[in-house]
Design a protein around this ligand. Structure first.
Ligand code: NAD
Length: 316
């Protein structure tokens, strides 16, 4: 049985599939040639990340196709409901990248409290001519330890973020309208672990009490953080969005950064992705990454293996 991994798959995913008797093809076939390629090669499963689109045309015109797999979470590039209606299996790997996204949140937070996002812009320009001036301008750092992290959306990634926060001595509070309470088990290097219980708190309380805020909600119609929410926050908070563009109102964010209400923001996702607003890209108080939350070797390995195991269970 042939599986086409059109946007790539990790080596351990390939090995697991090959061991189970599948033939894994890792050629990237151009979108407009996919229908012909799938038919000519009698492809049983197509695996994609975010680049390849699996729409009605493929679902309707490729009778050999039994499974569509998305390495990652969001399935915006697949006509999921239609595929399921036509009897195809549609799978994804929602849990595989949570720890990687959570670590990226902390990369933004640790960088934020010591101005790394700005120092990395200015050291190449003035590090040799104005060292003392730069040293002074980045002299008012703070520690994360002992501060309160407010997590909006306490699903897989929100909870993975809380684990790191607890591990570095932060206080964690969360708001999630669909979850009353959660137990977070923090594992340590030697096999010990400690569990902590948390109750969901009203959104206003979390916004009012947190020193740092991170959002981990799915894409929604309304902004989750806009002017009203910024106004409730403490002065000088740091905020991170590694969830989805459009969760934070970027116009209100710029205003809050300029008024000093927000000390810094860390953004991995953008309202107008893949062409973020120039005002966001050029802002000196924003730490920027181009939607790389899940882009670690470990997450890609887990994604590959999780896909392989699901394919073996469904198609063998
Ligand atoms: N940056 C990246 O590369 C990257 C990678 C993977 C996932 N993500 C994104 O991260 C987000 C979270 O993913 P997850 O796996 O933790 O999802 P999840 O479904 O496990 O958790 C989402 C949580 O948000 C809660 N929620 C929904 N609406 C809410 C609201 N208005 N206010 C507060 N909480 C709300 C839900 O009850 C749920 O508990 C998603 O948007 C996902 O697309 C980003």
């Amino acid at each position: 049985m042939k599986i086409l991994a059109n946007d790539g798959i990790s080596q351990n995913g390939i090995s697991a599939l090959v061991e189970a008797g599948f033939d894994v093809i890792t050629t990237t076939v151009a979108q407009e040639q996919l229908v012909d390629y799938i038919n000519e090669n009698e492809i049983k499963g197509i695996l994609v990340r975010s680049a390849t689109q699996v729409r009605k045309d493929i679902i309707d015109n490729c009778p050999s196709l039994k499974l569509i797999g998305r390495g990652g979470v969001g399935m915006d590039n697949i006509d999921v409901a239609y595929a399921k209606e036509k009897g195809l299996h549609v799978i994804n790997t929602p849990a595989a990248s949570s720890e990687s996204v959570a670590e990226l949140v902390f990369a933004h937070l640790f960088g934020g409290v010591r101005f790394l996002y700005d120092a990395n812009r200015n050291m190449p320009l003035e590090g040799d001519s104005n060292f003392k001036k730069l040293k002074k301008s980045y002299a008012k750092g703070v520690e994360l330890r002992g501060k309160t992290l407010g997590v909006i959306g306490f699903g897989r990634i929100g909870q993975a973020t809380a684990k790191i926060a607890i591990g570095i001595g932060m206080n964690v509070i969360f708001h999630d309208p669909f979850l009353d309470s959660a137990t977070i088990k923090v594992p340590f290097f030697d096999g010990q672990s400690v569990s902590f219980d948390f109750d969901s708190r009203p959104k206003e309380e979390v916004l009012k009490e947190a020193n740092f805020i991170t959002v981990h909600v799915p894409a929604q119609k309304e902004y989750v953080i806009g002017k009203r929410e910024f106004d409730i926050m403490k002065d000088g908070v740091g905020i991170v969005n590694a969830a989805r563009g459009g969760v934070i109102d970027e116009v209100a964010l710029i205003e809050a950064l300029e008024s000093g209400k927000i000390a810094f923001a860390g953004l991995d996702t953008f309202e107008s992705e893949p062409t973020p607003e120039i005002k966001i890209l050029m802002h000196s108080k924003i730490s920027l990454t181009p939607h790389i939350g899940a882009a670690t070797a470990e997450a890609q390995d887990r994604i590959g293996l999780e896909l392989a195991n699901q394919i073996i269970a469904l198609l063998k």
